[in-house]
Design a protein around this ligand. Structure first.
Ligand SMILES: Cc1ncc(COP(=O)(O)O)c(C=O)c1O
Length: 450
């Protein structure tokens, strides 16, 4: 049996929706842009290396009060942020509050695009012309030519037929999984699906919360059966697939795991997909624009874009903006926009954000040095610590395994705009409290290959 039964099932599900008269359609609104002699690509400015504005995503300041609370592990209500305006060389703010400059190693702005002039200009120009744009769901009045342009750029990036923008990456996963489950509901013979008519979804044990919540919701609706396989364990997955008698099978996994920083074994997943004929969906939130020659993500990195059926992403990480998306076939898009409730019943992305994200995707494609820089930082961190990390997300198990209860996890995220000197500072600071040799030994998930 082939995964391409899924093409048939989705087409059948769409026919059912049509017969029930509940197919939902986008209602594109055309926002007029004033005539200009410049084409859009003339307005995009690209740079060949780090500039001072790039540092905005990694250099921040926090109030001394907040800093002290952090040190003592005292919860903050966030009120400390309104003390004074910061700045001043002596650390004193205009209202008397004192501030500390910090380097961030926990953000997801992997390429530093949130402060790129081309991204800022796109947002400003769209805001000046249209404000936030029409406020409403994409099915009512919230979908414009700006959204369409961004969807096309993302479909191209992911080498998929089409793409659907969602309010966030969290909403994208929820929408996809409820739509997947709806196939079981719509094609069930007697209304309520029997167990074998439901969708069997195989989910990695360490998948993101939004995948888990999507599955829980669909399970409650009685549309799918959740089968969790051990993290990245393809022997386990193969055996679960082999013993599953349900026809409609889906495997869903983070491509680059958000907490552990390891990659899903995509090449092995593709082999299993050929053997068992499941639909393969990957959450490429952390790999989009970071991995692959053109920034296409983990599937491009592992050269199997054609074997991944659906790719979920977020615009809130390497794109430096906000929002989520699902790159897929046109038929899947129709199904998700008709059944994905977190897409249907939520206001669409503001136009300036859609314009900025479109600019960011273009910048990330052109400024290839940003991708090189982030992977160079990965190599440098490996060389400095001898911990065989494989991605910009680094998960360090701090504390001894013997005292398991005291052991905790430290998550570090590297960025293209960190410098080698930033890394040296981080490693020096960390070595005062942790032993890298011991940590390297504890990090079972890392492989020695990049
Ligand atoms: C793997 C993964 N998927 C989805 C999301 C959700 O994305 P967003 O922040 O756009 O809702 C995140 C982000 O936190 C993530 O790490």
């Amino acid at each position: 049996m082939a995964a391409w039964c899924w093409d048939y099932w989705v087409a059948e599900a769409l026919l059912k929706l049509e017969s029930l008269k509940v197919m939902r359609s986008l209602r594109p609104i055309h926002l007029i842009r004033p005539e200009s002699n410049q084409t859009e690509s003339d307005e995009l400015e690209f740079y060949d290396g780090l500039r001072q504005w790039d540092r905005a995503s990694v250099e921040v300041q926090i109030s001394e009060t907040t800093f002290q609370k952090w040190l003592q592990d005292i919860p903050s209500s966030g009120d400390d942020t309104v003390i004074g305006n910061g700045e001043d060389d002596d650390g004193a703010g205009p209202c008397g509050g004192k501030f500390k400059k910090l380097l961030i190693f926990s953000g997801n702005d992997y390429l530093g695009l949130s402060s790129h002039p081309t991204v800022i200009k796109a947002a400003v120009k769209a805001a000046q012309l249209h404000g936030m744009g029409p406020r409403g769901s994409a099915l009512i009045c919230g979908y414009t030519n700006y959204h369409r342009l961004l969807e096309s750029a993302l479909a191209d990036l992911k080498k998929k037929e089409d793409c659907l923008l969602c309010p966030t990456g969290f909403a994208a996963n929820m929408a996809l999984i409820t739509a997947v489950g709806s196939v079981g509901l719509l094609l069930a013979e007697g209304g309520k699906p029997k167990r074998d008519e439901r969708v069997a979804i195989f989910s990695d044990a360490l998948n993101h919360a939004s995948i888990i919540d999507g599955i829980r919701l669909a399970e409650k609706q009685g549309s799918l059966v959740n089968i969790v396989y051990r993290h990245c364990d393809m022997v386990h997955l193969n055996s679960l697939l082999s013993s599953c008698t349900m026809k409609k099978k889906v495997v869903v996994t983070d491509s680059l795991f958000s907490m552990d920083g390891d990659f899903a074994p995509i090449v092995e997943l593709v082999k299993l997909r050929r053997k068992h004929g499941f639909l393969l969906a990957i959450d490429d939130a952390h790999a989009t624009l970071v991995c692959g020659k053109t920034g296409g993500g983990a599937a491009e990195k592992f050269k199997c874009e054609n074997d991944v059926d659906i790719c979920i992403g977020t615009l809130s990480k390497a794109s430096g903006c906000h929002g989520g998306f699902i790159a897929c076939s046109k038929k899947w898009k129709q199904l998700i926009q008709s059944r994905g409730r977190s897409f249907i019943f939520s206001t669409s992305t503001p136009v300036p954000i859609a314009a900025a994200a479109h600019a960011a995707v273009n910048v990330a494609k052109q400024e290839t040095w940003r991708r090189k820089a982030i992977w160079n930082r990965v190599l440098e961190f490996r060389a400095m610590t001898r911990i065989p990390i494989t991605s910009p997300i680094i998960s360090l198990i701090v504390g001894s395994e013997v005292k398991a209860l005291e052991a905790s996890r430290l998550r570090i995220a590297l960025s293209a705009v960190h410098t080698r000197d930033d890394l040296r500072k981080l490693v020096t600071a960390l070595s005062e409290c942790i032993n890298f040799e011991e940590i390297g030994f504890n990090c079972k998930n890392y492989s020695s290959k990049l």
